[in-house]
Design a protein around this ligand. Structure first.
Ligand code: ARG
Length: 623
């Protein structure tokens, strides 16, 4: 029975434990790492437990929570004490004594009450980092059984200007997608455009009032010969807010308009010609704009499906819900009850169809799951959307499971995120209190980044602009991603653009410093990295960070939280800066030392770029 102290992600590895000799770690220098350091150490420590007569599953090794004392720790003696009714300190001492025979450990100690503390020798640490430098994934162990994951993020609403509300979904989702890929999973990104609901009806209704003469609004519209007049994003951006405002007005005009918008929504959803053609035109214009803005943020999707693509699955959804007896009428609408006895908060039914027969947000989300199951058979579906949508997703997930749309083993997961606030702690607004458009935010950051740059460092204006753009994007993205996604944060451009502290700019700067060292030394950075020995404390710290990259990525993946990748990138940059200050690479006369240091610089550069790539942040050569 292995049931003790398997509380973290090393659990899985511990179950795969096979008894090996203490020397069993020599396969670590292979080109592709199949185990991370804690898993490798767990094998060794488990074997030590076993050879002392204890259950090997007690040997789980963790990264030390006291890095000032040791690098790794095992807390298994506490569990052993319960199992064998023996003093934990004695067990820890026995196991530590056994481990002391191992030449790869510089120090093994049993410390009170019963921790086993482990520190690697510099030789072993450097050997591990050499293997990481040669590994195509830089030490990030690829999932043994990759999951197939559909990630639904971005979620911009067509015909509304892309505003900062969609910034977080896009950048957190992109990072989560890349993180899962970096860990070896198969991931499909889908934008799930909001293109089929009432907002579309509002825009179309407004256009019909502005241009009653347009052919598309008349019953004899002929898609073969009648054209839809041209529209542009600027017009669309003005129409939606005006339409939305009018529909909320408590006046006859407001009510009549809202009615009309409902009618238009229904007409659209019934593919009425003219209305449907106008909608297609609006979608085309709007999606082009969304793509352009998202590409500035390095956000891209495998599928740009919208709610409207779920339309063809709605009949099937209705069939399933009806045949399983799940759907019933409630005040003219069709709903599914999803409340459970143990619910602590009210759980309203899912609305499938409104009284007028139109479908809603819940309906398209459920129908989309039918499409995803049919096309992708995913193991997981992840949704990255505003925290305020918690209830919606809980309702949908319950309904999907009740209806058997998804297999039982498919995990539907909602990753809510907090709000981006202004300095006043309230949702970020424009100066005049309006919702800020995303393009405006990006432009503001670009101008601010450019103003801080030294123009004469760049050969062309183009180069200056490209660099300023990358710095602006890095600062916005890192400023967001460094916070746990579930938290609100304050958008503070000055802080984000600072070259000090936990900022994207600091990280880009560190990469440019390494580039500049390599340039000055005339180093070709293409070939294999040949790490040398460890000479100083700062190299040891740096290499330990590199050795733990897999644990960072794994933790971030398990928690669905890219902020751990940000944090580690920052730590790595800080350690590099210390190493660089303490060791004078340029004028080092010992060639062996110099070469070791240069190669370490090269590895750090690749590592930093790998972290930034997961965050979808581009680096620059100079700044
Ligand atoms: N379009 C939605 C909004 O702006 C977000 C979509 C989230 N994804 C989903 N499958 N519902 O609120």
């Amino acid at each position: 029975m292995r049931s003790l102290f398997l509380l973290d992600f090393t659990k899985v590895m511990c179950y795969n434990y096979k008894c090996r000799s203490l020397k069993g770690m020599n396969n670590m220098t292979e080109n592709k790492r199949t185990k991370n350091i804690t898993a490798l150490l767990t094998e060794t420590v488990s074997a030590a437990f076993e050879s002392c007569g204890y259950d090997p599953s007690l040997g789980t090794v963790l990264v030390s929570d006291r890095p000032d004392i040791c690098q790794f720790q095992c807390n298994g003696a506490f569990g052993g004490a319960k199992l064998y009714h023996k003093s934990p300190a004695i067990i820890a001492q026995e196991v530590a004594d056994k481990l002391k025979e191992d030449k790869r450990f510089a120090k093994v100690e049993a410390v009170k009450p019963a921790f086993i503390n482990i520190t690697l020798t510099d030789e072993f640490l450097a050997e591990q980092c050499r293997a990481i430098a040669k590994d195509e994934h830089l030490g990030v162990v690829q999932a043994e059984k990759p999951s197939s994951i559909v990630i639904d993020y971005g979620g911009p609403n067509v015909a509304k200007a892309l505003h900062i509300g969609h910034l977080r979904s896009a950048i957190i989702g992109e990072a989560l997608k890349r993180l899962a890929r970096a860990c070896g999973h198969k991931v499909i990104g889908d934008a799930h455009l909001g293109d089929w609901g009432m907002p579309m009806g509002l825009v179309i209704a407004y256009l019909s009032q502005m241009h009653p003469d347009w052919k598309c609004f008349s019953d004899d519209f002929d898609p073969e010969k009648d054209v839809i007049p041209d529209l542009d994003t600027a017009q669309l951006n003005e129409i939606y807010p005006a339409a939305s405002k009018l529909s909320k007005e408590d006046s006859d005009e407001g009510r009549a308009f809202k009615e009309k918008a409902h009618d238009m929504t229904l007409m659209l959803q019934s593919h009425k010609k003219g209305i449907y053609d106008l909608w297609k035109k609006i979608v085309g214009i709007s999606v082009g704009d969304v793509k352009r803005i998202f590409s500035q943020l390095n956000v891209d999707f495998d599928f740009w499906y919208g709610e409207s693509d779920a339309d063809e699955y709605i009949p099937q959804l209705l069939d399933v819900l009806t045949s399983k007896g799940l759907m019933h009428e409630s005040m003219g609408a069709m709903v599914v009850d999803v409340a459970q006895e143990d619910d602590k908060a009210p759980m309203p039914p899912v609305m499938i169809k409104k009284t007028d027969g139109s479908v809603l947000y819940d309906t398209t989300d459920l129908a989309t799951l039918i499409q995803r199951e049919k096309d992708f058979k995913p193991d997981n579906v992840w949704y990255v959307a505003d925290k305020r949508q918690t209830l919606h997703f809980e309702q949908c997930f319950r309904c999907a499971k009740l209806a058997g749309i998804m297999r039982d083993e498919t995990q539907l997961e909602y990753m809510g995120f907090g709000t981006m606030n202004g300095a006043d702690g309230k949702p970020y607004k424009t100066r005049d209190g309006g919702v800020m458009q995303l393009q405006m935010l990006l432009d503001t950051a670009f101008d601010a980044a450019k103003a801080r740059m030294q123009a004469d460092k760049f050969d062309t204006l183009q180069e200056l602009d490209d660099t300023a753009r990358k710095i602006a994007i890095a600062s916005i993205k890192f400023g967001d991603l460094i916070n746990h996604r579930s938290k609100d944060y304050i958008f503070d451009l000055d802080k984000f653009l600072s070259a000090d502290g936990k900022t994207g700019v600091y990280l880009l700067y560190m990469v440019t410093r390494i580039c500049s060292v390599l340039r000055k030394l005339g180093i070709d950075d293409e070939g294999e990295i040949e790490l040398g020995e460890i000479y100083t404390d700062s190299e040891r710290e740096l290499m330990l960070n590199i050795l733990l990259t897999d644990e960072t990525f794994r933790h971030a993946f398990t928690e669905r939280a890219p902020n751990y990748v940000c944090e580690n990138a920052y730590q790595l940059a800080v350690l590099f800066s210390k190493f660089y200050q303490e060791n004078h690479i340029m004028n080092e006369s010992d060639e062996k030392k110099k070469s070791a240091w240069i190669n370490l610089c090269r590895l750090v550069k690749r590592m930093l770029i790998k972290h930034l790539d997961v965050l979808a942040i581009d680096t620059v050569e100079k700044m």
